[in-house]
Write a protein that binds this ligand. Sequence first.
Ligand SMILES: C[S@@+](CC[C@H](N)C(=O)[O-])C[C@H]1O[C@@H](n2cnc3c(N)ncnc32)[C@H](O)[C@@H]1O
Length: 291
Amino acid sequence: MKYRHSHHAGNFADLHKHVALLGLLRALKRKDKGFLYLDTHAGRGSYDLSGGSAEAAAGVGRFMQVQPAAHELREFAALVRAFRAGAGRSQLYPGSPLLAATELRPQDRAVLFELQGAEAHALEESCAALATLRQHPINVRIERGDGFARLKAFLPPAERRGLTLLDPPYEEQQDFARLTESIAEAARRFPTGVVAAWYPIKDERTIAPWHLECLRALQESTAMRAAVLASELWLYPRDSRVTLNGSGVLIVNPPWLTLEHMQVWLPELQACLAVGPGGGSSVRMLSESSG
Ligand SMILES: C[S@@+](CC[C@H](N)C(=O)[O-])C[C@H]1O[C@@H](n2cnc3c(N)ncnc32)[C@H](O)[C@@H]1O
């Protein structure tokens, strides 16, 4: 596998995914009862951006220079600042597992999967460094392996509350198909759990059919209609031949007010990252729950 997330860390798609992720974690934390955070494609957890990648400069570099108005964006900026201050490194960026680990309370836990050995090893080190900083252990289990295949073993969690993030690299032909299967499998095993899946917007014609396929797979696996939200942010016309036109996050069982909050922060994030007139954002329910 050639994919290394460090080439893309802190880009516009990471910001979209990570602000959404933080919102979901904070929503779960509205209740005292613990939850499981499951990250099927975790990456190395912490990224040093001091090499000055153009993607990061146009993403988190730009974002950290503005003073956002939306609450969720201010919270995310504060998390990045605190992460950097804690590590004493001003160019660090937290990936999804470290972002989640910083949010875990003593009653919460995380299971993180990463296929590549070097990335998994770096993830262990990042989590260990965070635990040292916090001066208490963090309830995190890291597995080197195939997150799509291993997900089943952890659902449903004993806590009966949880969030699964699926964020494959889409380097393999089958990643979209495995993603759809895994979303449906997660919902079948744990119908009340929140599932968030990141997807690239590269070819506009493929997105609506994939959404329909997900809805069909979900309905077949749970025999009821799940609530499904699609959040999308694009910087280039959605069918242009740029490598990545936009970023999407599909959320099954979005917590209360997720849609309403996104309707505020997503357009503001898009405006902050815009590169021209071809961009935009949208957040909508693809399906309402019938359960
Ligand atoms: C897009 S990156 C993840 C980024 C991370 N979720 C974040 O937001 O910071 C995808 C990661 O998945 C890993 N990977 C690829 N196939 C995998 C699989 N089948 N199971 C687990 N990890 C996989 C890659 O090595 C890469 O580190």
